[in-house]
Design a protein around this ligand. Sequence first.
Ligand SMILES: NC(=O)c1ccc[n+]([C@@H]2O[C@H](COP(=O)([O-])OP(=O)(O)OC[C@H]3O[C@@H](n4cnc5c(N)ncnc54)[C@H](OP(=O)(O)O)[C@@H]3O)[C@@H](O)[C@H]2O)c1
Length: 301
Amino acid sequence: MGKQFGSRATADEVLKDFDFTGKNAIITGANSGIGFESAKALAKVGAHVILACRSASKANEAIDKIRAEVPNASLEFMALDLASFPSIEKFTKALKIDQVDLFIQNAGIITDAYNTTPQGHEMTAGVNHFGHFYLTKLLMPLLLKGKARVVVLSSESHRQTLGLNLKKWPQSEKDFGFNSSYAKSKLANVLFATELQRRYGAQGLTVASCHPGNMVTTNFGEGTALTKVLFKLISPFTKTPAQGASTSMYCASQPDSFVAGNYFSGNEKTTPSFLARNKKLAVELWDYSESEVAKYLKQRK
Ligand SMILES: NC(=O)c1ccc[n+]([C@@H]2O[C@H](COP(=O)([O-])OP(=O)(O)OC[C@H]3O[C@@H](n4cnc5c(N)ncnc54)[C@H](OP(=O)(O)O)[C@@H]3O)[C@@H](O)[C@H]2O)c1
C-alpha cells in the first residue's frame, strides 16, 4: 500500500521523506511545466538529474532557475529531440553515467498542425510514443543495471479514443485529428508501460504510467488553437505545475510492488480504460513499435 496524499499535493510534499542521493534520474522535457517541477523536486532530495531537452537555451535557463532555489542541485543538460531517432542515439551515446535509477518519460505534445518526424510518423505519435520507445530500448542496459523505476506520463485523454488500429496509426494527413491523435498516443503510453513491466519486471524494472491532472497550467495548451483558449480560461481553477508533478513523483517514490504495472491519477492507483488493459493490444503495439525501429535501422544502412 502506498502512502496517502491528496490530489492537490505538490511534488515536494510527495518526496518529503525520501533521499535520492546517489541516484541518477533522466527526465525528458524537463525545461518546462511538469518536467521542470519534477527536476526541481528530485534535485531537492539529492538526485543527479539529467534534463533531456531539445533546446539548450531553455534547458540552461531551467537549470539556472532550479539552482537559484536549490544551490547544491546536481543537474546536467543533455540534448534530446524525441522526434529524431539519430538524436536519441546521440543522447544515449553521450551519457556519462553507468546506470539509470529513475527514468521519467515526461515530454509530450499536442498539435493541430499535421507534421511528421524524419522517420515518417505523425509528430504526436512520434514524440509521445515512438521516441520514448526507441529511447527506452537504447537505455535498456543502463536501466537494467539500475533496476530502474520508469514513469510514463500519460493522460486521462487516453480514454477518449475508441481504438488503436495499428494499420492506421500513426495517422495519415487525411485521418489526422489533433484530439484523436493525442488520445491514441496517450493510450499507447499506458499500453507501453504495462508491457514494459511485463517484459522486464523480472529483471528488476518497475514501471508505472500516470495522469498529472486536468489542464495543468503549463506550456502544453499552446499546441492548438482550442487548448490555448481552454487552458487560459480554466487555469485559475486547475493544478499548478508543482501539483501536476506530484503524481509522477509519487510513482517515482512509492514501493515497487505497489507501483509495478499500474496507472495512477491524483496520487492514487486508478483503473485505466478497458482498451488500456487489453494485453493483446499491448503486445501488438510493442511488436509494431519494434518493427518501426527495425525499418528505420534498415533504411539507415
Ligand atoms: N498539462 C496538462 O494538463 C497535462 C494533462 C495530461 C497529461 N499531460 C502530460 O504531461 C506531460 C508534460 O506536459 P506539460 O504539461 O508539462 O507540458 P509542457 O510545459 O508543454 O512541457 C512539455 C515538454 O516536452 C518537451 N518536448 C516537446 N517536444 C519534444 C521533443 N521533440 N523532444 C524533446 N522534448 C520535447 C517540451 O520542450 P520545449 O519546451 O522545447 O517545447 C517541454 O519541455 C506530457 O506528456 C503531457 O502529455 C499534461
